[in-house]
Design a protein around this ligand. Structure first.
Ligand SMILES: Cc1cc2nc3c(=O)[nH]c(=O)nc-3n(C[C@H](O)[C@H](O)[C@H](O)COP(=O)(O)OP(=O)(O)OC[C@H]3O[C@@H](n4cnc5c(N)ncnc54)[C@H](O)[C@@H]3O)c2cc1C
Length: 402
């Protein structure tokens, strides 16, 4: 691969032939990664992205000058299917850049920002994190209190963020901040790119139950951000946040964890393993396993169907349904796998322990299950909205916990 734009309308065999030169085939019995839990192998991911970037295989719909190959949605779907047959490095450290920031920059970034940031995302040389949540702004994300005050060509940011995944090693943070407290809380927000090594940024690690150490809280004290690093228009931060979260939910929901993302015929390896180990000999266990399997297959088929119908437009509230489905399938398998091992499952080195410890967080990260259901209820089913006592009230007038 030499960086040239490849011919359009490739067949899956042609794509496979190109990928054969770059990647190893996937071990069909190997398990997929658990959102990077416990690994964070930055170098493996960087090598992987580096080998794909000239052909634009990782982000095929991006322009070729930014590390893509100008593919349309149909060709991108073929590439994604073909990629399912290869060993994929753990992309978790690179996920915010590839799946959230990149698509948002393509829509809303200035040409200068696209030139500066997209290629380093595609080739893995620059990692991004998502600085949205704060102690008083999680499900109620529009309540963000981080301040951004204008000073000439710069902004001065002050506040704190929490639950910042990848904060420990990210170069850039996509940061939501309040630029006008006199407006209602959804309206006075603006998005910035914050350099994590800038003076005044302090990143403190938070160790998770599954051993992850990239998780952080970030304290931001009088940090100067050039106006050239403002993403989108002044006051457009909430719209960008909703877009980013839709991408995040569609990404989490677009994965069929544990059985490989490619469509499969027959039993997934985890179910075969349970059967071969004699764990499904009892009728109760068999029934529980079948329930898990059905959730897994339905999720896998719904994901494949959504990919086939995709027209390249930005994801909407259907990403919330995908996330709910995929998280339910993941948790069902993780908890049952633990239960089926009986007392031996209590050992920390037992297979599936990492999935078990990671499972609860799946219902929280990217927005909780309850919040996804609210979105589905209001934006897809047209049910009445939740009562909102702060609607139209200036952020500065709202009651705060401190
Ligand atoms: C592993 C992990 C990684 C994360 N990574 C990031 C990251 O990289 N960047 C980032 O910005 N954030 C990140 N988060 C934060 C995550 O988005 C928030 O934790 C989540 O949105 C919930 O917010 P909260 O923790 O403040 O809980 P709260 O909003 O306080 O919610 C507490 C409980 O109340 C329920 N609840 C709240 N409001 C409603 C409602 N209106 N209707 C029904 N139930 C409701 C919730 O469902 C939940 O059960 C991460 C979280 C986890 C666990």
């Amino acid at each position: 691969m030499n960086g040239q734009t490849a011919p359009v309308d490739l067949t899956i065999d042609q794509i496979g032939a190109a990928l054969d030169d770059l990647l190893d085939r996937r071990d069909p019995n190997g398990s997929s990664t658990v959102l990077g839990a416990g690994s964070d192998d930055l170098e493996a991911g960087r090598r992987f992205l580096g080998s794909l970037v000239d052909g634009g295989w990782m982000v095929p719909t991006w322009p070729s000058r930014h590390g893509g190959r100008d593919a349309d949605a149909a060709e991108a779907a073929l590439i994604e299917t073909a990629m399912g047959g290869y060993a994929i490095a753990d992309m978790y450290p690179y996920g915010v850049g590839l799946n959230l920031v990149g698509p948002v920059l393509l829509e809303r970034g200035t040409p200068d920002q696209q030139d500066r940031w997209l290629r380093p995302i595609a080739d893995g040389s620059e990692i991004w994190c998502q600085m949205f949540s704060e102690p008083d702004a999680g499900s109620d994300l529009a309540n963000v209190g981080m301040r951004a005050d204008r000073d000439g060509d710069e902004w001065v940011l002050t506040g704190s963020k929490v639950w910042t995944s990848r904060g420990a090693y990210a170069r850039w943070g996509m940061c939501l901040a309040r630029t006008d407290a006199s407006l209602a809380k959804h309206r006075g927000l603006t998005m910035f790119a914050v350099e994590m090594s800038a003076p005044g940024v302090e990143v403190r690690p938070l160790v998770q139950i599954n051993g992850d150490r990239h998780f952080t809280e970030v304290f931001v004290s009088d940090v100067r951000v050039p106006d050239a690093d403002r993403i989108g228009d002044l006051g457009a931060g909430w719209g960008l946040t909703v877009e980013t979260l839709a991408h995040e939910r569609a990404t989490i929901g677009g994965r069929a964890f544990g059985g490989g993302d490619a469509e499969e015929v027959g039993l997934p390896s985890w179910l075969e393993e349970w059967r071969n180990a004699g764990r499904l000999d009892g009728p109760v266990e068999r029934q529980a396993a079948m329930r898990s399997f059905v959730e897994h297959r339905v999720n896998q088929m719904a994901t494949a169907r959504a990919a086939a119908l995709a027209d390249g437009s930005a994801p909407g509230p259907e990403g919330s349904m995908a996330k709910l489905r995929s998280v339910a399938a993941f948790k069902s398998r993780a908890y049952l796998g633990k239960n089926l091992r009986g007392a031996a499952g209590m050992l920390s080195d037992s297979p599936g322990h990492l999935e078990f410890l990671t499972a609860p967080s799946m219902s929280i990260r990217g927005g909780t299950d309850e919040v996804q259901r609210n979105i589905v209820g209001e934006r897809i089913l047209g049910l009445p909205g939740e009562p909102r006592v702060d609607k139209g009230v200036a952020y500065s007038e709202l009651k705060k916990s401190r």
